[in-house]
Design a protein around this ligand. Structure first.
Ligand SMILES: NC(=O)CC[C@H](N)C(=O)O
Length: 427
């Protein structure tokens, strides 16, 4: 399916360089930290305004962006994507679906609320790095426990600021996603960094096995009562859900628990036969990083479970379900990343403003008859949700759990409860 370009026509922009046959490298090999340095640490507090540029972002189109560094030092390669969320940078930093990517925030002012213990969406930051316009010189929030700079340095994640994020965003919208290399190392020439960006690719690489858990575990935390909403209509029953962790965000688990689910989280390669032995009421396929067509083993697992138990896919889980049902996925021009995406819910005939984070999508024209497109992204008409009633399947390309983002689609968790209910009643 053709995705409508939302790009703004920019004169005199360099053409996007398409290169075939790039070698595939793993994502986590390039960053080298500045450990061993005898200098006093300068991370944590924002740098003085007179700090001079000490970092370069080199994009594969040959453009070089000088910036100031914060967080970790070193050299890191990744795919640059822009995120339009106004708030929630900590949830974005800890969303495992950003593995292998630099997140560029279009909101120019970042760091002002620091970080806290509660807003973590996973146990670590898997992203390649953070690109921002302006790093707040102070933090001001009652929950703040650390500054953004210290937080990133502790996690060995590179950040840059004082870079023209608007210009880079316009370039990405015009040319499509670009690979970039971020470096604070003066010894590396611009040509070396450019070559590094041109010899790396994210397409065709399995990233979910790097971010998944190693062994099954039980999840019990609900959304804290101070933050919970939408509790009407929950029927008080307990549903056992097995959740495949392809890079699962904690808020998916919290919301499901609040809706009455008892959850067993399992690794990405957990056999379908073992899941069926657990006799779950439903199975969830989570969000996760990278190319959904590069993980055929996960598609096989989904196929083996289809028809045996009600299933729900979110983002990567939705893309795996699309393939398991016979469809194909494709890479979008620059994807959807942010908390302001309008989606038409065709079943409920209403528009939901949604949180999104994906670079790939399911091509609805490739799906067999009987598979229903339930949600459409109103920015570009791409497929945002699927259902297949005969096999008790539902899926969303975006994030009903928000975190960060609007809560309009929280009702999708209730839809999953309703999908599981008939089988539970007959049991
Ligand atoms: N959030 C996700 O699950 C991302 C899905 C997939 N990795 C994509 O970029 O399209």
């Amino acid at each position: 399916m053709a995705v409508t370009s939302m790009g703004i026509a920019l004169p005199n922009q360099p053409a996007f360089l398409v290169r075939e046959n790039r070698p595939k490298f793993r994502v986590f090999t390039v960053r080298c930290s500045s450990s061993g340095s005898s200098q006093a640490p300068t991370v944590g507090l924002a740098e003085r305004p007179w700090k001079t540029s000490d970092a370069r972002l080199v994009l594969e189109d040959g453009s070089i962006w000088r910036a100031k560094s914060f967080g970790a030092s070193g050299t890191q390669v990744g795919e640059v994507v822009f995120n339009t969320s106004l708030t929630g940078y900590q949830e974005i930093l800890t969303d495992p679906s950003y593995a292998g990517q630099f997140v560029l925030m279009t909101n120019p002012h970042i760091g002002n609320t620091g970080v806290n213990f509660d807003d973590e969406e996973s146990k670590q930051c898997f992203l390649a790095g953070l690109v921002i316009r302006s790093l707040s010189i102070s933090t001001s929030n009652w929950r703040c426990t650390n500054t953004l700079g210290e937080y990133l340095a502790e996690r060995n994640i590179m950040g840059i600021y004082d870079v023209d994020t608007r210009a880079i965003t316009r370039r990405l919208r015009h040319d499509g996603s670009l690979i970039g290399v971020l470096s604070t190392e003066k010894s590396k020439t611009d040509e070396e960094l450019l070559e590094m960006s041109r010899s790396w690719d994210i397409v065709g690489v399995d990233l979910i096995s790097d971010v998944s858990c190693n062994a099954p575990y039980e999840w019990v935390d609900k959304t804290k009562s101070d933050w919970d909403f939408n509790s009407d209509g929950r029927n008080g029953k307990t549903y056992h859900v097995v959740a495949y962790d392809f890079g699962i965000k904690h808020n998916i688990l919290r919301r499901l628990t609040s809706y009455g689910c008892k959850i067993t989280v399992v690794p990405s390669k957990w056999p379908a036969s073992e899941t069926l032995k657990m006799k779950p009421d439903g199975v969830l396929f989570s969000n996760g990083p990278g190319d959904p067509s590069a993980v055929p083993y996960a598609v096989e697992t989904v196929k083996e479970l289809l028809g045996n138990v009600p299933v729900y896919g979110i983002c990567m889980g939705h893309q795996l379900l699309g393939q398991a049902l016979g469809g194909r996925t494709f890479k979008m021009k620059f994807g959807h990343h942010g908390g302001n995406h309008p989606v038409r819910n065709l079943r409920k005939n209403r528009v939901e403003i949604s949180a999104q984070n994906h670079n790939y999508a399911v091509d609805p024209a490739s799906l067999p008859e009987g598979v229903e497109v339930t949600h459409v992204n109103l920015n570009d008409g791409s497929c945002a949700g699927l259902a297949y009633a005969r096999l008790n399947v539902m899926s969303l390309q975006y994030h009903p759990e928000a975190s960060p983002g609007p809560h309009d689609s929280d009702c999708a968790f209730m839809d999953f409860i309703e999908l599981m209910q008939p089988a539970k009643q007959n049991a």
